[in-house]
Ligand binder design. Structure first.
Ligand code: N01
Length: 497
């Protein structure tokens, strides 16, 4: 049963979906809704509540440019503070009235006859639907937890917790714990658990590069200065941003330039671990930057603790009581923490969005890999804009910068289509193909392709379809205005292009 029709439906109330709502409201769009399966704003910063959850981008850069926060308590923010920040911004812009929380979108399908999207969702057990002229996907790539494909998981009788679905009521004190994974989430969880557990086995498949994390609390005089000295926060943002762009250039064009980062990471290992064998076991075997460069001062000292064992033999299977490795060793545990990341290039969300000819994103991308034009619009999916879509991810700086670039594009799309009475906008295949060929060309010398690692940045074909290569200001320039000439459009009465 269709409940109502809106001009724009946004799925996801995290950084990107909330940003879209704010920018659209400022553009005078009042007829929009924001659907989210959770119960407040924050997206990944609402859902990831594991111990130690924090951002590895400095606080001043990791915020909206239009909502600077002089009150950050630390140089790197932790999850509760970012979650509070996002909700405070939503309150300030009065977005809550447009939010349909507790709404799980199950299916969205383009209807050619009406040039509208039909969106089915479930709320409090009720099946509902609405239609929208434009659908904005703001679910983000890190929303669907990935459980490892290891034999025997179903047989395990203890507790299993995924990093992104933490059980805050479970008491780890004194427990025997296994942690699978050594990515950005695990390196934050393990040091916290290491303080309370009885024993912890950390299963490392690939050792990551980890540099020190220069986190510290801000002094009250600094917060006073952020608030009262005009331009100070903007200048700090600019400084961090510019430094990160230099790193991006290294990753994309000259991976050897990242050698100082490797040296920093090796020094971090040397400082944090006494045992030479353990030092060797945690030293990565791929080029720095190929996988996300992590930041921690506590990871290595935690692995060096007496109650922690680093396990480097591969996992053979899970049993009723624990984990057996390829050398036949069985380690029994009370709880298994799976910090094994997300379905990024194979998200189940792709099955639920259906464009022209009844084809889903999963169908289309199964053939050619994850692709969009400017990370935003996809041939075969009219009037659908993805935020943080293909080729917009970053491993080195703030995603909020990319999101705000896309918001400029979204607002200009609305402005231009409204002004011309356009009801259907579909990017041409030729424009999309050219854009993606350029991306792949830029990537050819990058560390992500040549760095000798397997990573979630690569899809099943070995292509990097997640990341934006090179400078992010190029993306900002490309999304400054909505280039109608890359699209086929239809007004209510005639095809215009
Ligand atoms: O996930 P990951 P994550 N057997 O995919 C291992 C963001 N983030 O949740 O490297 C054994 O990076 C896997 O091993 P390998 C950030 O963008 C940001 O940690 O594939 N191990 C790896 O070690 C990040 O990149 C912050 O060999 C298995 C780990 O699990 C993204 O989220 C904080 C396995 C997965 O690492 C994802 O990070 C946290 C198996 N079968 C997260 N399967 C910030 O600070 C997987 N692994 C902003």
């Amino acid at each position: 049963m269709t409940t109502h029709d809106v001009e724009i439906a946004i799925i996801g109330a995290g950084f990107s979906g909330l940003g879209a709502a704010i920018k659209l409201a400022q553009e005078g769009v009042d007829d929009y809704v924001l659907l989210d399966r959770g119960h407040d704003f924050g997206g990944t910063w609402r859902d990831n509540v594991y111990p130690g959850a924090a951002c590895d981008v400095p606080s001043h850069l990791y915020s909206y440019s239009f909502a600077l926060n002089p009150e950050w308590s630390r140089s790197y923010s932790h999850q509760p503070e970012i979650h509070r920040y996002i909700n405070a911004v939503a309150d300030e812009h009065q977005i809550g009235d447009h939010a349909l929380f507790g709404s799980d979108v199950t299916h969205a399908e383009w209807d050619e006859a009406t040039s509208r999207w039909r969106i089915d969702y479930e709320r409090d057990g009720e099946k509902l639907s609405l239609t929208a002229r434009t659908l904005v996907g703001g679910v983000g790539p890190l929303c669907e937890p990935n459980l490892p494909d290891i034999d025997g998981f179903d047989d395990y009788r203890g507790k299993i917790v995924h990093s992104a679905r933490w059980d805050t009521d479970y008491d780890f004190t004194g427990k025997r714990v296994a942690v699978i994974g050594t990515g950005a989430s695990a390196i934050q969880i393990v040091p916290q658990l290491g303080k309370v557990v009885g024993h912890m086995d950390v299963y490392q498949r690939t050792a990551p590069w980890i540099i020190p994390r220069n986190e510290r609390p801000y002094l009250s005089v600094e917060n006073w200065a952020f608030k009262n000295i005009p331009g100070l926060q903007a200048a700090i943002r600019g400084g961090i941003y510019s430094f990160n762009e230099v790193v991006a250039a290294g990753m994309t064009y000259a991976p050897k330039a990242l050698k100082p980062v490797e040296a920093l990471s090796r020094a971090n290992i040397f400082r944090g671990i006494r045992d030479p064998e353990l030092r060797k076991a945690v030293t990565p075997k791929f080029a720095v930057g190929c996988k996300r460069i992590l930041k921690s001062n506590e990871w290595y000292p935690t692995l060096d603790q007496d109650n922690v064992e680093l396990v480097t033999d591969g996992i053979a299977r899970v049993t009723e009581t624990g984990i057996v490795t390829s050398d036949g060793t069985a380690r029994d545990v009370d709880v298994i923490v799976v910090a094994t990341g997300f379905h990024v290039t194979d998200s189940p969300v792709f099955d639920t969005i259906v464009g022209t000819d009844g084809k889903s994103l999963a169908d289309v991308w199964a053939v050619e890999g994850m692709q969009a034009y400017k990370g935003s619009f996809i041939n075969g999916f009219p009037n659908l804009m993805l935020l943080i879509g293909p080729s917009t991810g970053l491993g080195h700086t703030s995603m909020v910068y990319m999101i705000e670039s896309q918001l400029n594009y979204l607002v200009d799309y609305v402005r231009k289509t409204r002004a011309r009475g356009i009801v259907r906008t579909e990017v041409t295949k030729a424009a999309q193909d050219r854009f993606n060929a350029d991306i792949q060309h830029t990537l050819r010398n990058s560390v992500w392709i040549n760095g000798g690692c397997a990573s979630w940045y690569k899809d099943a074909n070995g292509n990097i379809t997640v990341l934006w290569p090179g400078f992010t200001f190029n993306f900002r320039n490309q999304t400054r205005s909505f280039d109608l000439d890359a699209y086929q459009t239809l007004t209510a009465d005639a095809v215009t292009t």
